[in-house]
Design a protein around this ligand. Sequence first.
Ligand code: PHE
Length: 459
Amino acid sequence: MENKRDNFNSKLGIVAAAAGSAVGLGNIWKFPYITGRNGGGAFLIVYLICVICVAVPLVITEFALGRKTHANAMDTYKELAPNTKWYISGAIAIITAFVILAYYAIIAGWIFNYTLKSLTGQLMKVAPAELGNYFGGVISNPVSSLAWNALVLGITVGIVVAGVQNGIEKYTKVLMPLLFVLLIVLMVRSVTLPGASEGIKFLFKPDFSNLKGKSVLEALGHSFYSLSIAMGILITYGSYIKKDENIIQLSGQVAVADTVVALMAGTVIFPAVFAYGFEPDAGPTLIFQVLPAVFEAMPLGRLFSTLFFVLVGIAAITSTISLLEVVVAFVTENFKLDRKKAAIILGVLLFLLSIPSTLSFGAWSNVKIFGLGFFDLFDFVTSNICLPVVGILECIFVAHVWGVKNAISEMTSDGMYKFNLDGMYNVFIKFVAPVVILIIFLNSTNLLTPVVDFVRGFF
Ligand code: PHE
């Protein structure tokens, strides 16, 4: 542990870095389509409640854990509960971040690839009906996929090597405002297209008939994913926050930025999709298979398509650096490796780990484990199993090991800042949060119905 720890140097730097992690592919492709599918405005109301009542308190909790100990996601537990096994919870979070990065970087690679294809005009030449096959060709080509993946990992490693202040903070402080400007430009373009108002209606008009019980669970799960909870990220970033910063306020700002970007992304995508008569419910492949056709139909489409993919690329990179930082912080503080060596070695390991996932779209598409290809398997295990497990352990740890009083004391910088909701926080961290996460877990592993039926059997 001989390395001197770095800190974030400014409030803006903390918010840019944490919002950079939060704003990612989830905001730009997932949030808009799940909102559209689940009743538009009705779903938005539920999502906002989930963010405010469940996700934000967890963001504050993770920042507090990290800042209390100024340690990486695993050593935080070791310091607060020495000689116990609690550190395993931190270790799972770190492994989760590593595995997520190994597939997230692949998607980011496709985005970079599409950015170049937009810029050169190549993407504009593909007929709309051919875009699906074209995308299939792109992702099943292992050499090009791995080359783009290597570029993404290279940029990520480069920024992380430069450090917290001179790397992560410096770059996110430029990239996040740039992302915002791009969003505004694209939003103006989209909502001024003839027929755009249908898209606005699709996104914002409350339709309660499409809001099901499942929608609530989807909103909850997405609020966790979107705010990068339970991956060690916020603990690690929290460990670089100085004692005199108000982490409650910072968490609120991060959540507002994340949600505003998600809404803006929806306002970019749907008005344009509707204006040109495309279907809004293409799901995950919307940005690769539908949006290029929308841009083709639009005046100056090549320009706007390029700006759009640059925007998504920025969102992805500010997320990949947060994932890598979790692992780099752990490695530099536990092994005799400096930041540079650690980041480079991890970059190489990540590249190797991403090979099976990449091949699962092509040559290895028949290799299945539990019925899933490597890419889907990594996604399923991390998102549906590891994240909720870490989330629940974290709540139990704060409630019963570290103690709610200590947590609140750290959240308020030992009373320097006011926090009037301590009673509510107590109930939240002891009961509400663990139960809610357990329900999400059961739902995403398809165990909810059997468990509910089992419990019903007693009544
Ligand atoms: N929060 C990011 C998003 O909305 C996703 C992410 C996941 C980022 C894991 C970092 C780590 O896309």
